[in-house]
Design a protein around this ligand. Structure first.
Ligand SMILES: Nc1ncnc2c1ncn2[C@@H]1O[C@H](COP(=O)(O)OP(=O)(O)OP(=O)(O)O)[C@@H](O)[C@H]1O
Ligand SMILES: [Mg+2]
Length: 252
């Protein structure tokens, strides 16, 4: 980064903090090249998420929703534009710096739960904590608290295959919040669940937002799920647009 873009990015992160903005995506373009085929799911996307917001992101399959979450988590890199998260301009960070920062700042919840099958629920929740310099006692306390929060204290010794889908997702949420991250990113967290389990997961996310002030960005195809969020944005042709309220309730 040259000096002028450095000071520009500094200015942006200072402004973002002052505005209470915890996620700021500025003019982001993302292009994937697969052989001869170039795909540009994000093309000048802007997004600002305030601290403590609960935002739902909708849009057709392939519109770039997961790509956007991955950029915010520093899992993927933007082709152009800047990504400022929790007061840090992470756009040009290397993987080591991102990995450490991500463990402390971002909790990620996936549609397929992504639990390790050979580890118990307790051990799955403990995994991200092993990356931090914590004593065993402190770790045990954090795992116990996270499992209590998702109401699965009695399932710590169960393996994922011994849990229902809804319980697996609640373990995955416990894992996502064990390090007490500011931000929870959830990519279709209810996509594999029946309605009752989906409601349970949404209750949990809503309470993480209201009781613990976690900023939540949730991707979903389900209008009923999105309606639990305080704001809905739609990804359309590479940019984010406010969801027209007349369209709410329509399945996309
Ligand atoms: N690693 C990659 N390499 C090449 N193309 C990719 C890669 N990841 C995503 N894409 C392409 O980018 C576009 C956006 O993908 P993305 O997964 O972000 O969509 P999405 O909105 O999350 O879709 P869905 O609702 O189906 O999950 C798609 O056309 C996809 O094929
Ligand atoms: Mg996706």
């Amino acid at each position: 980064m040259d000096n002028s873009s450095k000071s520009e990015s500094n200015r942006m992160s200072q402004n973002d903090i002052a505005n209470g903005t915890v996620i700021a995506v500025h003019g982001v373009r993302k292009t994937y090249q697969k052989g001869d085929v170039e795909v540009t799911p994000l093309d000048g996307a802007d997004l600002e998420v305030a601290t403590g917001e609960f935002l739902a992101l909708m849009g057709p399959s392939g519109s770039g929703k997961s790509t956007l979450l991955n950029l915010v988590a520093g899992i993927d890199k933007a082709t152009a534009g800047r990504v400022v998260v929790a007061g840090e301009d992470i756009t040009d960070w290397d993987e080591d710096r991102l990995a450490d920062w991500r463990t402390r700042t971002i909790g990620y919840v996936f549609q397929q739960f992504n639990l390790m099958p050979v580890l118990t629920a307790y051990e799955n929740v403990e995994l991200p904590l092993l990356l931090l310099p914590l004593s065993r006692t402190k770790r045990r306390k954090l795992v116990t608290t996270a499992l209590e929060l998702v109401e699965l204290s009695d399932r710590g010794k169960h393996y994922p295959r011994q849990l229902s889908g809804g319980q697996e997702q609640r373990v995955a949420i416990a894992r996502a919040i064990a390090t007490d991250p500011k931000i929870v990113l959830a990519d279709e967290p209810t996509g594999n669940l029946d309605r009752a389990s989906a409601d349970g997961v949404m209750e949990l996310l809503a309470s993480l937002n209201s009781r613990f002030e976690k900023t939540i960005v949730l991707v979903t195809h389900d209008a009923a799920v999105a309606s639990r969020a305080k704001r809905i944005l739609h990804l359309d042709k590479g940019v984010l647009v406010e969801m027209d309220s007349s369209l709410q309730g329509v399945q996309v």
